[in-house]
Design a protein around this ligand. Sequence first.
Ligand SMILES: Nc1ncnc2c1ncn2[C@@H]1O[C@H](COP(=O)(O)OP(=O)(O)OP(=O)(O)O)[C@@H](O)[C@H]1O
Length: 365
Amino acid sequence: MNAHVKFAPAQAEPAAGEALIRFEGVSKRFAARRGQAEVRALDGIDLAVPKGAIVGVIGRSGAGKSTLIRLVNGLERPSSGSVVVDGVDVAGLDEAGLRGVRRSIGMIFQHFNLLSSRTVFDNVALPLEVAGVGKGAIRQAVEPLLELVGLSDKRDRYPAELSGGQKQRVGIARALATEPKVLLCDEATSALDPETTSSILQLLKRVNAELGITILLITHEMQVIKEICDRVAVLEGGRIVEEGGVFDVLTRPRHPTTASFLASVTGIELPPDVAGALQPAPVPGGQAVLRITFTGENATTPVISRLSTTLGIDFNILAGRIERIAGRPFGSLVVSLPGDEPGLSAAVAALGKLGLGAEVLGHVA
Ligand SMILES: Nc1ncnc2c1ncn2[C@@H]1O[C@H](COP(=O)(O)OP(=O)(O)OP(=O)(O)O)[C@@H](O)[C@H]1O
């Protein structure tokens, strides 16, 4: 990688505008049953989903993601706190009230939940039939949706005749049929291969951008967050341990759980011989291996040459990568340099002064 590499100007983080969904002090407990202790699935959740944003909630199995998303359309009710959707506290609604709110909320699922006995067209039409919409109006609504998701030519096929990605496209079209303000996505790409995942995520991004639909998604994959979300909340043990704009959270994670999710999507693999030789403690006369991170704002700094000239330290570049996170460039560079003190600490401090991230990954002989 060129130390003088220049990035395009950074885009601003989306402003946290008016919230379309707001969780306020939400806890959810499932009562003890048959010798099993009470489960605190969610504990003191405060989360705002700004209108027009794509917000992702990431967490491991059992973290409380499904419970959180099911609170939005009233499939679960909070034990305490409120879930406000478009100005209405869902927790306080009776079944008739919930039916009203649910019309403004679409949902897609990991396993698509299509009706196998209905064609593609009839699956998409189902929510409109249930709402009592006439045949002509259904046709007028469904045909553009099939066009949007790229399935016009499959309208008379049955789910069993479709690939996973095509099934999810039907799920998306069906979720959009009632012209919702919010789309809830429950692990919508977890059953798909990486390429199909990408195409579905791009479709969701279009749905957000072109139809102005706010999206709340849950996932256990950071790649999903990285590809389409504006904001992210990290859920662990029923609590949000970190929340913010995707670029900030992914480039400067503050919680170890976030960092562990990130291992697969940001940064770079060390060359195998270096990774194998890495030791935690300094090796006398050896080299330190340093990960330097560059963000859009500071990446125009000619780091390596400046450190070489001002500190007289020579770096070897071991690996490098520039990627885009939330549409903004983020660079990582792994270098080796003499591991002796005080030179190493001085180099780390000098990088910090230049506004760059610097993390000692370990030492090699
Ligand atoms: N109906 C229920 N009754 C009792 N416990 C429940 C119920 N639903 C969820 N839980 C418990 O609440 C906790 C959170 O579950 P939840 O399904 O929300 O997690 P998750 O993050 O979606 O996990 P996964 O990714 O495995 O679906 C878990 O301990 C789970 O066992």
